[in-house]
Design a protein around this ligand. Structure first.
Ligand code: ZN
Length: 397
């Protein structure tokens, strides 16, 4: 009996090794594209060299290779307040320079692509293909020449807004906030006529119009203005997790009609509304109560340190799972088919990730989960990167 069990476990382990090898083969054969990563703002700009394995953060060149990543849009980001006294545009240039240095230092491992041919060439050469995505229309500083200048420097998508609205487009954050209604007078939502010109010019130049972060009115105004497929570089599904940054079913249908793609954001708070609720609680009254109780015993620095630990410990049990992230992919596929969904992790831009998706080495687990759910090889290829490739091809000159 013991012998039989040993023999059985031997065969099972052979099957396991064979199937994990074929999974890896399929994963490597697929073009894997991730349309949003914030490593430039979170590390590279501070001088951290991601050519080698880095302990902190979610990404570096070594781990991208392990995860089987082929194409990465690097987010060029700056917040509501500019870092440089010269303003937002200068901030964008600084981040683009930081990416250029990384590429110059590692010419055999990473290449910057400016058109579809260069994307394909980089993949063939087994390099990580880097593309520039500017996260927030405020970086063009209301100036069409700066849009052109950023295009010249390699920008291939631009989200019309980040959380802050521009003078020509309103953000999801503003469109959903109560204060936006103003003093008895409702402010204008959506795209202004200059905003529509920006969108048209982006399409002419070959910059993908990215509708992550924009408000619903801006979304529909943009969809009605574009002449090419749009992208949502890092947004998840509202009907599973109703938070302001996620997209509603009607929006998903509009993207499908446009031939665009929605790339799922992994952030725990956009995957599971229980996590989002807990987070709100901790940032609100409950958090204040805890902080007040700590204040009696510790100075400000110590209190902040303890609070940070407590904060993540409180949130830990609410972290969603990889399977819950894949539920968002499933939802879009069931609603409109498998041509309109992709991966837009937001690695190095988020404070919490689902269990199983801790860093960029975990991409193969997504492939595994999709196969486990019965997705065909063809569908898996589309979801991992094929759909994003199609949208790039349709947009780039
Ligand atoms: Zn973002």
């Amino acid at each position: 009996m013991k012998k039989l069990l040993l023999l059985l476990s031997f065969f099972l382990s052979i099957i396991f090794i064979a199937s994990s090898q074929s999974l890896r083969k399929l994963h490597n054969k697929a073009i894997l594209a991730d349309t949003h990563n914030d490593i430039l703002s979170s590390a590279v700009l501070d001088g951290i060299d991601i050519s080698n394995r880095v302990k902190e953060g979610h990404s570096d060149l070594v781990r991208w290779k392990e995860g089987g990543l082929d194409v990465q849009f690097f987010s060029v980001w700056t917040g509501e307040k500019a870092r440089n006294k010269e303003g937002f545009y200068k901030d964008a240039e600084q981040e683009i320079d930081a990416l250029s240095i990384l590429v110059l230092k590692n010419p055999d491992r990473i290449t910057l692509a400016r058109d579809y041919k260069e994307v394909k060439k980089g993949i063939r050469q087994d390099k990580l293909v880097a593309l520039i995505g500017v996260e927030g229309g405020h970086m063009i500083e209301d100036d069409m020449d700066k849009l052109q200048a950023l295009y010249n420097q390699g920008m291939r998508y631009m989200t019309l807004t980040w959380n802050n609205s521009t003078s020509w487009a309103t953000s999801a954050k503003d469109e959903t906030s109560f204060s936006f209604e103003g003093q008895g007078e409702t402010k204008r939502k959506g795209l202004t006529s200059f905003g529509k010109q920006v969108v048209k010019r982006m399409n002419e130049l070959g910059i993908i119009v990215d509708l992550s972060h924009v408000g619903e009115q801006t979304f529909y105004d943009a969809i009605a203005t574009v002449t090419k497929p749009v992208m949502l570089s890092h947004s998840s599904v509202w009907s599973i997790c109703p938070v302001f940054r996620n997209v509603k079913d009607e929006q998903i249908k509009a993207v499908a009609k446009n031939g665009g793609v929605i790339c799922i954001n992994f952030y725990s708070g956009f995957i599971d509304s229980n996590f989002a609720k807990k987070m709100d609680e901790l940032e609100g009254t409950k958090g204040k109560q805890i902080k007040d109780s700590l204040q009696q015993y510790y100075d400000a620095a110590k209190m902040n340190e303890i609070w940070r630990q407590r904060f993540s410990a409180e949130l830990e049990p609410f972290r969603p799972t990889l399977a819950q992230m894949v539920d968002h992919i499933d939802h879009i596929v069931k609603l409109v088919g498998d041509d309109y969904v992709g991966i837009g992790s937001d690695y190095d831009g988020v404070s919490s990730l689902p269990k199983g998706l801790e860093d960029v080495t975990t991409y193969p687990k997504i492939t595994e989960e999709l196969l486990r759910r019965g997705y065909s090889k063809k569908s898996v290829y589309k979801i991992l990167g094929g759909n994003v490739m199609r949208v790039m091809k349709a947009n780039f000159r």
